[in-house]
Design a protein around this ligand. Structure first.
Ligand code: 3AM
Length: 175
């Protein structure tokens, strides 16, 4: 079995902008998320079986088709926050759009239906920019528009150089 999660794919131009934000934060971030690993988690699945994976992929493929044609998959990132217990620093959103909450909730519900044990906590959209954070960030002002065009089923792989998040199946949100 392998560890999986669904996440929004961050386009390259936004990854560059997030990387610039990472570099502006004093003091240096203890364990910055690499450019390629930047993502916005929709649902953490953990270890899943090939059958569960296949059912999730079939389900996820239908979601963009069922969404309203007028949905604009935009996000506005505008602040830095810290999950103190997890020691995670993140870039947060000005507001959590309905399409994002709905996508995360539908994936979570399907995972539960398939018998996957999900963490029971409210969904709080965020983009992790560093781990092992010990201090609160200095307040920073920015407004970064992120245009989302897809989400993926990612595999989380431990390597000697650290964890790598590999998009295994990608689902386009633009028709
Ligand atoms: O979106 P981020 O990077 O904060 O923290 C892990 C990461 O979230 C989270 O899943 C994402 C990809 O690894 N994660 C890892 N283990 C988890 C767990 N047991 C978890 N989330 C919930 N429960």
């Amino acid at each position: 079995m392998a560890r999986y999660f669904f996440a929004l794919d961050i386009p390259n131009d936004s990854k560059q902008a997030l990387s610039a934000i990472q570099q502006r934060i004093p003091p240096l971030l203890p364990k910055p998320t690499t450019l390629e690993n930047l993502h916005l988690t929709l649902a953490f699945l953990g270890d899943i079986t090939p059958e569960q994976k296949s059912a999730l992929v079939d389900y996820a493929a239908l979601l963009p088709q069922n969404a309203s044609k007028n949905t604009r998959y935009n996000l506005i990132a505008d602040h830095i926050g810290v999950f103190e217990q997890a020691k995670v620093m993140y870039v947060g959103l000005a507001q959590q759009p309905a399409w994002l909450s709905s996508l995360a909730a539908m994936l979570e519900a399907k995972a539960k239906e398939l018998g996957i044990a999900m963490v029971e906590r409210p969904y709080h959209a965020h983009i992790t920019i560093s781990r092992k954070v010990k201090s609160m960030p200095v307040p920073m002002s920015f407004k970064e528009r992120i245009q989302i065009s897809s989400f993926s089923l990612y595999q989380s792989i431990s390597t000697p150089c650290g964890v790598k998040y590999l998009p295994e199946v990608t689902f386009s949100l633009t028709k």
